[in-house]
Ligand binder design. Structure first.
Ligand code: NAD
Ligand code: UDP
Length: 332
């Protein structure tokens, strides 16, 4: 079966492409390289020994998507492509709305025209805003605090309305918690442009000496040690969730949380990192970061029951693999 993976050279997309190829899917990637590098393509081929068809196209250009659907016999789509930096989305909201919404609407229109009705979409735990209790279930109220999150929620609404209008669509919305870690080969991983906003990319750069000190945003939250709690999931487990979503016999519109169901504080993550790598992390406590919630972790019962989702990796594996990637890639 031929699967179109948009954003397939990005962090989560590339790991998913590897998993798909290992499961004998044929893969076609569209990516405009706005946040990824072309050498990822060779790395995917090196890891899997398999070929991938790649189009360096921007999904905001609808005729480019049509070109791909004309040339390739696409049966399903996994839609990762999008801009994802929260802070940047606050500074450049129009760029975020334009890129994330226009690309998705173009893609859905072309899918409808070519009668391709199966799509898996990358949403985020950010759509839960400040959760009313923990763990977070899929039917919790939704709200957002920044333009990036709003694009995710708007796309969820678009998909729901599309499904109401045409229930031959088979739509899976996956709400990711906090992916970290990297491929065991050290060839694929997360390499954000500029100074990272997210915790693990920051920690590994302090570990290699690229950055001096980790600022921990707040130590007075009502959590186990006062620092923020998140549900970190190994990117390999997250990637596999997409393969399971494609294989899911249940059709219609489905929404699943993908996390581990376990909360880990910033200090717990740093301590585990130091233990498994033997590298000390310079750190200081600073003010809370605006917009952060104290704690956020998933209920994953639904993904377990309906998808057979069962994360394999723990926090130690995630720390080890994140560090392995930066050690092997000196330019990071
Ligand atoms: P990423 O930036 O590494 O990958 C996204 C890819 O999409 C990049 O390769 C980029 O070049 C491409 N892209 C962006 N706009 C495009 C366009 N208009 N046309 C073609 N290609 C385009 O991000 P990621 O971490 O792999 O995230 C993948 C998806 O998952 C995103 O939609 C993101 O919002 C979502 N998500 C990520 C996280 C996370 O923590 N990484 C959490 C929740 C949800
Ligand atoms: N965090 C931190 N220092 C950093 C980056 C993040 O203390 O340099 C904290 C942040 O406040 C949150 C946790 O680490 O409690 C995870 O942050 P991240 O940005 O990775 O994910 P998100 O907040 O989007 O879930």
């Amino acid at each position: 079966m031929k699967v179109l993976v948009t954003g397939g050279l990005g962090y989560i997309g590339s790991h998913t492409v590897v998993d798909l190829l290992n499961e004998n899917y044929e893969v076609v990637i569209i990516d405009n390289l706005v946040n990824s590098k072309i050498d990822v393509l060779d790395k995917i081929k090196k890891i899997t020994g398999k070929d991938v068809t790649f189009y360096e196209y921007d999904l905001c250009e609808k005729e480019k998507i049509e070109d791909v659907f004309k040339k390739e016999d696409i049966k399903a789509v996994i839609h990762f492509a999008g801009l994802k930096a929260v802070g940047e989305s606050v500074l450049k909201p129009l760029m975020y709305y334009k890129n994330n919404l226009m690309s998705t609407i173009n893609l859905l229109e072309v899918m409808k025209d070519f009668n391709v009705k199966k799509i898996v979409f990358s949403s985020s735990a950010t759509v839960y805003g400040e959760p009313k209790s923990l763990p977070i279930y899929e039917d919790f109220p939704l709200s957002t605090t920044n333009p990036y999150g709003s694009t995710k929620l708007m796309i969820e609404n678009i998909l729901e309305d599309l499904y109401k209008s045409d229930n031959s669509f088979d739509i899976t919305i996956l709400r990711y918690f906090n992916p970290i870690g990297s491929h065991k080969s050290g060839l694929l991983g997360e390499n954000p442009n500029g100074i990272p906003n997210n915790l693990m990319p920051y920690i590994v750069r302090v570990a290699t000496g690229k950055l001096k000190i980790l600022s921990i945003f707040g130590n007075d939250y009502d959590t186990v040690d006062g620092t923020g709690v998140r549900d970190y999931i190994h990117v390999l487990d997250l990637a596999h969730g997409h393969v399971l979503a494609l294989k899911n016999p249940k059709t219609g519109l489905k929404i699943y949380n993908l996390g581990t169901g376990l909360g880990t504080s910033v200090l717990e993550l740093v301590t585990t990192f130091e233990k498994v790598t033997g590298v000390k992390i310079n750190k200081q406590f600073v003010e809370r970061r605006k917009g952060d919630v104290a704690a956020c972790y998933a209920a994953i019962n639904k993904a377990k029951e309906e998808l057979g989702f069962a994360p394999k990796y723990n926090i130690s594996d995630m720390c080890q693999d994140s560090y392995n990637y930066v050690k092997k890639n000196k330019d990071i």
